[in-house]
Design a protein around this ligand. Sequence first.
Ligand code: ATP
Ligand code: MG
Length: 474
Amino acid sequence: MAFEKILVLDDELIIRKSLQEILRRKRYSVAVAATIKAAEKYLDKDPFDLVFMDLRLPDGDGTTLLNKISKKPDAPLIVMMTGYATIESAVDCMRAGAFEYLIKPFSSNQIEIIIHKAENYTHLVNVNRFYSQSDSLETGLVGKGKATRQLRNLIQKVAPTQATVLIHGESGTGKEVIAGEIHKASARSGAPFIKVNCAAISETLIESEFFGHEKGAFTGAVDRRRGRFELAHGGTILLDEVSEISPNLQAKLLRVLQEREFERVGGNQTIKVDTRVLATTNRDLAKCVQKGEFREDLYYRLNVFPLYSTPLREKKEDILTLADHFNDSLQRKHGVKIEGFSPAAKSCLLAHNWPGNIRELQNTVERAVILTESGNYIQHSSLGLLHLDGFEPHVEESASEPYLSHTWGDLFQGEDGDKPDPESLIPIDELEKRYILHALEATGGNRSLAARHLKVTSRTLRNKLKQYQESQIL
Ligand SMILES: Nc1ncnc2c1ncn2[C@@H]1O[C@H](COP(=O)(O)OP(=O)(O)OP(=O)(O)O)[C@@H](O)[C@H]1O
Ligand SMILES: [Mg+2]
């Protein structure tokens, strides 16, 4: 990771000049300052990657500034320099967060070595940050319904333990989000959260991805490489889609789970790791065991604490919360300001069956956010789920209010109490459909409650919705 900007802070002109020359030759952009005050001005204005800082300065002590900046997030790395080196001051500086302690005079070689080390270090920090900031970690588990509340409870219970957790559920239901929540709520949250997608990595490469390899272990292994179990040392590893690993790797994984040790590919040194294991599957692993596709002993090692990721159609009460959440984050992404969902749009969201689960909901909202002009509500027509031309009730209502508060006037788009204009009359089955959707919206998608309000059986309601779906209305 090559640095861009470096700051040199020293009151001696000769040091400023010589460092500046060495660094410019290496094509870094360099700023120089002779006082703490001038340096602070630079640091406030621009992000620097590295600072060379003298210990004694005319307007104060370098360590004071070191203490101040090294605590900030995204602080530059700081190399302290002095012509009066003592062990005590070196220890003080390192303790305060200095990256290096450099004794003057120095050679240009020393500077090059320091920069090389600092660039490698920054790279590692960034890689680690990348790994521990997956989408799902940023998002967190959204939803207030019963299933989500129960899940949150279980996560809080299991997270602080070392137990291996197997998260199972359909595709797009949030299994990775759950894994991220477990990591975040555990004592390992400050350490890496490393994911391996077992389905996406080829059979030949996956062993090296898991355990790393030694130089020359196979064609293309030009360097020694640490595997993801090693990267996750002290933290958590997520074996995503674990059902997909080969029998050979299943045996090796079993050993890691039992002994917490392994060898790199092509190596004979045994490596011990302290890594918490989480796994996800969208296949029924117990069935895979029955069919002889997955080792039974490994299944029991993984399934210490099973968690079920509920599909969206079984947690309808979370649909609108999730849709609002996606609307918020996606409008930020697309730089628009959207007021929310129109009542008809909410009805559509609630009535849809969501075979693609939360990922489908997220995509649906993203499409709608792109189609909606800033300052407007998302209309049902932008969702691409339901086509009820001309249906746009003008009354914003909370889902908890009884749907019967909708007047017939709402459904005709006329003012309350107005006689509808004959032009606006609509076929009776259209009217029925609108009323059913209102009922669904008002009951938060609860079909049996909606059926009760509508005075029809759940079965009739189900059949109606099915009929709409089949005729491409939903
Ligand atoms: N409860 C939730 N709150 C917020 N976002 C969620 C929630 N559940 C899922 N998501 C979002 O939905 C998308 C799919 O979630 P995720 O990748 O965790 O699903 P998955 O079960 O791992 O799917 P797959 O089996 O396809 O890998 C992600 O973008 C995720 O951020
Ligand atoms: Mg996943």
